[in-house]
Design a protein around this ligand. Structure first.
Ligand code: ZN
Length: 443
């Protein structure tokens, strides 16, 4: 039986309606869940750790967002948002509470739904979870060594232990950080210094430790600082010096119009660059002392310039510059054999601007010795040298007027007075008496 035209129309109309409803349903009940991006995703968190969060939805838009900190049965709400019409993106921050959480594992749980009609109208859910270790307890620092008597421009050693593994620990002096190194016995040694230009009566060193979560503890320790004043020295920069020494720096400062201008660029800019480079080697060090004897002073040598001399440079009776001299100049005979001051590993050989041909040794715990103006280098980077081993010959390379060897001792890149390290009694009071603590109490 053929359908009457009127009924056919109704059926067609009904079919179109159903198709439209299905299309609308498929449109409003889309199945694309919201997207969550949390940053950072750390392994550890502390009180008040902050996170940024971005949620987006490509379909019908965001409906609801809930962020919780979950520890066992406990759920702490950190953030909740209900969204209006047509909101497809939201970004903001949330922080962990300052109380209520316990040290240990926890999860950050983020639940987002969208406005899709899927799931019987409840929307598409996205569940994002990040687990981490909550740690709100800073490391406990116990200072083991007793006396710390430092001279301005001098060094000292502190022995301490920590209640937990740390990301870093060491001594802060003004704005300089001297890292501590964990020894086999589990205690830490930090070799630190009072830079020559820091007044030890005004800047008390502090011992700090930061755990992997970022909790920092800071303690003071027994400390006595001795102020020191340093010498003034005047150096005459003669025309002969400029003629002899400056040509080697032609390539470094080709723009200089004359030798005096080039000298000033070398003395200021190249010096600063070279000092920065030496300091950049600070962390290239063994975590324990590589040496056991007193440091050797270059034999049969006379000191020409002292540590932390304030040098005034004159030319034609005019003051042209001021610089600090951070080592001791030792002269004997030309091309004298230069010895390693102590057992250590070669970490640098080569040309180093104002220092000329240079060797730098690491002795462990951030302690370096530097030998400059050499005419010849007889060792290679990586070599382990014994105390007294010949590493090169003295010379006049770099910013040097006559044959000598410029010697520096550095603690974590900060020049310190070499005289202390040549002094057996100073070492006994300030170094060995402390490393002995490791042997008796901790090994
Ligand atoms: Zn020098």
């Amino acid at each position: 039986m053929a359908l009457a035209p009127r009924n056919t129309l109704i059926l067609i109309f009904a079919a179109v309606l159903a198709a439209a409803a299905l299309a609308a349903y498929l449109h409003f009940a889309e199945g694309k869940p919201p997207h969550v991006r949390m940053d950072p995703l750390p392994t550890h968190a502390i009180k008040g750790s902050a996170f940024s969060l971005e949620v987006t939805d490509e379909g019908q838009g965001l409906r609801h967002l809930l962020v919780q900190a979950v520890q066992g049965e406990q759920q702490i709400s950190l953030l909740e948002e209900t969204f209006g019409l047509d909101q497809h993106a939201w970004s903001g921050t949330f922080t962990l509470p300052r109380r209520g959480l316990n040290d240990g594992p926890m999860a950050i749980v983020i639940k987002v739904t969208d406005k899709s009609l899927a799931n019987r109208g409840a929307g598409n859910p996205t569940l994002f979870q990040h687990t981490l270790t909550y740690d709100a307890t800073p490391p406990r620092i116990s200072v083991i060594s007793h006396a710390h008597n430092l001279n301005q421009g001098g060094a000292g050693l502190i022995v301490y232990s920590l209640s937990e593994e740390v990301a870093s620990s060491g001594v802060m002096v003004q704005d300089v950080f001297f890292p501590g190194y964990r020894q086999e016995s589990g205690v830490y040694l930090s070799l630190f210094a009072i830079p020559f230009d820091v007044d030890p009566l005004k800047h008390r060193p502090m011992l700090t430790a930061t755990d992997p979560a970022g909790n920092t503890a800071q303690v003071s320790f027994p400390f006595h600082g001795n102020q020191r004043s340093f010498r003034q020295a005047t150096l005459n920069i003669s025309q002969a010096f400029l003629d002899n020494v400056m040509p080697q720096f032609q390539n470094v400062f080709p723009e200089a119009e004359d030798l005096l201008e080039r000298f000033l660029l070398v003395n200021r800019e190249l010096r600063a660059q070279n000092i920065n480079f030496v300091r950049s080697l600070a962390a290239t060090t063994a975590p324990a002392p590589l040496w056991s004897e007193v440091f050797a002073r270059q034999p049969r040598s006379a000191p020409l310039g002292g540590f932390a001399d304030h040098r005034t440079f004159m030319h034609n009776n005019e003051i042209i510059d001021h610089q600090m001299h951070m080592g001791i100049d030792l002269a004997s005979t030309p091309f004298a054999e230069i010895i390693a001051a102590n057992r250590g590993q070669v970490i640098f050989t080569g040309d180093l601007g104002i220092y000329g041909q240079t060797v730098i040794l690491d002795h462990g715990l951030g302690l370096h010795t530097l030998y400059a103006h050499l005419s010849q280098i007889l060792v290679n980077t990586g070599d382990m040298l014994e105390r007294g081993q010949i590493l090169g010959r003295s010379g006049i390379t770099g910013l040097a007027a006559g044959d000598h060897m410029h010697f520096e001792t550095l603690v974590s890149g900060i020049p310190v007075n070499p005289i202390e390290w040549w002094d057996e009694q100073w070492l006994r009071h300030n170094f060995w008496s402390k490393t002995d603590l490791l042997g008796e109490q901790f090994q």
